[in-house]
Ligand binder design. Structure first.
Ligand code: DAH
Length: 349
């Protein structure tokens, strides 16, 4: 069949029109590929028109060839542009979908806080710092000698029965039952210089645990040794301590007591913070709360610490910070301190 070139021109025109209509409707790269195969592929429409061209009279072929080539380039270019558009808009869609709102307020970091015991200890440290006491570290694993003997508690002394002790498998080595052995260590560190220090730390007792007994607890030991230390100093320091911690209106009572390492020995009590002294459940109806033990350092203990008891004297005391916190914050069970129940600890943030 002979073709004439005006017919071919019309077909090219029709093809252009179709292509222009289809191109904007191609939704994805796959559709573009389909388009390419249909129009520009080896068996596509352009190829078919090139074949038709062969049936034109020879003189009409060059013009027809140009026309077809131009149409082919136009199509390739238009397709390329459409593909690029599709790529850009799908990238834009992806960015949109994955967008982060950087103006959202951040999630707050959960801040912890000091445990009630740490808070209480620090409060005690601050009070004694103001009173001129330095802080000394002492060890938790002690020898029988320091924990007992040098404190005037020889083997077989009935005072040993006050404490049930964690002994280790090494003979003579134990977990200290109180911070008082630190007194000897500190005296030996400073003698014959005077010293005024608190010795805070953990103690251990092999005890049945209940609402008022833990087998691990803190003590804050205090010690002052000098040439003219008297019971008046002890009184002044301890009354001041009680009032700074529990309120300036507190009344303080000093009672005779006994400890092997002090002579005389005292127990310090204050009027009940719950009832003001009338008597209630917290003070067992007595109106008074015992809060610490103390006394004048026993001459034998001074000597064991390296001081001449004829020239030096001193006072000492032992505070139970858990008990202090229990009174101050009305906590009825000492086990709450170390059972790691956040419902308890978070109340003191
Ligand atoms: N060490 C005693 C205890 O654990 C407490 C104590 C009492 C310490 C009198 C002292 C003191 O320094 O003078 O029960």
């Amino acid at each position: 069949m002979k073709q004439d070139s005006s017919e071919l021109q019309a077909q090219v025109e029709a093809l252009r029109t179709d292509a222009r209509r289809e191109l904007p409707q191609l939704k994805g790269l796959e559709a573009c590929e389909g388009f390419r195969v249909r129009y520009l592929g080896r068996k596509g429409m352009i190829t078919r028109l090139f074949e038709l061209m062969k049936s034109l009279p020879p003189e009409a072929r060059p013009a027809a060839g140009k026309l077809l080539n131009r149409a082919k380039r136009e199509l390739e270019q238009a397709l390329g542009e459409r593909q690029q558009q599709i790529r850009l808009s799908s990238q834009a869609q992806q960015l949109e979908a994955e967008a982060l709102d950087v103006t959202l307020p951040g999630r707050p970091v959960a801040l912890g806080h000091l445990h009630l015991m740490s808070q209480t200890l620090r409060e005690i440290y601050r009070i004694f710092a103001r009173l001129g006491f330095q802080m000394e570290r002492t060890r938790e694993v002690e020898s029988d000698e320091y924990n007992f003997q040098l404190l005037n508690i020889p083997p077989g002394h009935p005072a040993r029965d006050m404490w049930s002790t964690f002994y280790t498998t090494r003979p003579g080595l134990l977990l200290r039952t109180h911070t008082s052995p630190g007194q000897i260590r500190v005296m030996r560190r400073y003698a014959p210089q005077p010293v005024r220090a608190i010795l805070p730390g953990k103690c251990y007792r092999y005890e049945q645990v209940d609402a008022t007994h833990e087998m691990q607890f803190y003590q804050v030991e205090g010690l002052a040794v000098g040439r003219e230390i008297t019971m008046a100093h002890l009184k002044g320091v301890l009354i001041e301590f009680v009032r700074q911690l529990f309120g300036q209106e507190r009344r303080v009572e000093l009672r005779a007591s006994y400890f092997p390492f002090t002579e005389p020995s005292l127990e310090v009590a204050m009027d009940c913070i719950a009832c003001g002294g009338r008597g209630c459940r917290i003070c067992s109806g007595t109106g008074w709360l015992e809060i610490l033990g103390s006394g004048m350092v026993h001459p034998v203990v001074l000597q064991n610490g390296g001081y001449d008891p004829d020239l030096f004297s001193g006072f000492a005391f032992g505070i139970g910070p858990e008990r202090v916190a229990m009174l101050k914050y009305h906590i009825e069970d000492i086990r709450l301190f170390y059972s790691n129940d956040l419902r308890f600890t978070e109340q003191f943030g």
